[in-house]
Design a binder for this molecule. Structure first.
Ligand code: NAP
Length: 234
């Protein structure tokens, strides 16, 4: 197809031209758990400055000392205050309360929510439907002064923490309202060898992404795997 419009169009932005995020400090709230430790380890191993947060500073310091790589430990409030990007890696049960209590410390920060609201019964894992639509939308509602994004939902904490694994072969779906923020999160994901961050929509579509973890858990149980995801043709 041809166009008769002779006005020169601005060059399309290259979606893979991502910002340099190597100087950003990344905090991980709930960083003493499997997912938080795994992300902290991988990002620090890639050269990022990382602070692990906990409800108890001693637990954060112990986890940080165990992981090494210059990772520091702090209580969740101090971790949020000192970080540019703050990953939320607490269980769904503690999500709202944690964020409400840190509203001031998280103001202006780029928040990355990786919380999957799931229930478990004898049939396995199933998706919960938060009142706000998703954990990420709950975060956005509770943190009006933060830049809320969502990512890292589909990673296996087992693979992240396995020091013998060099590359994590997976894509990371990144959601958010502002392209400048999702670009930063995509760039952070891309610092981890094997990983790629792919923009996957606005926060109103976070529920499906969070829920998909219930399917991945079924895959993992059936095939004794630590399944990840790849988005094709991008
Ligand atoms: N595990 C995975 O493979 C995986 C993958 C993708 C996403 N996720 C998501 O990441 C989050 C963390 O998963 P996880 O397996 O690491 O969980 P976890 O080990 O159960 O919890 C992480 C940390 O959160 C803190 N915590 C526990 N209960 C809390 C509460 N009620 N309020 C505030 N903080 C609390 C604890 O740290 P302190 O006691 O030191 O404060 C704990 O070490 C979950 O929302 C999960 O859906 C997990």
């Amino acid at each position: 197809m041809t166009s008769n419009d002779s006005t020169p169009k601005p060059a399309a932005k290259d979606p893979w031209d991502l910002p340099d995020v190597s100087g950003l400090v990344v905090g991980v709230l709930g960083g003493t758990g499997d997912q938080g430790r795994g992300l902290a380890y991988r990002l620090a191993r890639a050269g990022q400055k990382v602070i692990i947060g906990s409800r108890a500073v001693e637990r954060a310091e112990a986890a940080a000392a165990e992981l090494g790589l210059g990772i520091e430990g702090a209580d969740n409030a101090d971790c949020a205050r000192r970080s540019d990007v703050v990953i939320i890696a607490v269980p769904w049960d503690g999500h709202a309360k944690t964020l409400e209590s840190l509203r001031a410390e998280l103001a202006g920060k780029l928040v990355v929510d990786c919380v999957n609201p799931l229930g478990f019964d004898k049939k396995g894992a199933y998706a919960l439907k938060p009142e706000e639509g998703s954990a990420a939308e709950q975060a956005a509602a509770l943190l009006p002064d933060s830049r809320v994004t969502a990512a890292f939902h589909h990673l296996s904490a087992v693979l992240l923490q396995d020091v013998s694994i060099e590359e994590i072969d997976t894509d990371v779906m990144v959601l958010g309202e502002a392209r400048a923020d999702t670009d930063i999160v995509q760039a952070l994901a891309a610092r981890i060898p094997g990983m790629r961050g792919v923009f996957a929509g606005r926060l109103r579509n976070a529920h499906q992404v969070e829920s998909l973890v219930a399917n991945l858990i079924s895959v993992n149980r059936r095939y004794k795997a630590h399944a990840g995801l790849r988005v094709t043709d991008v």
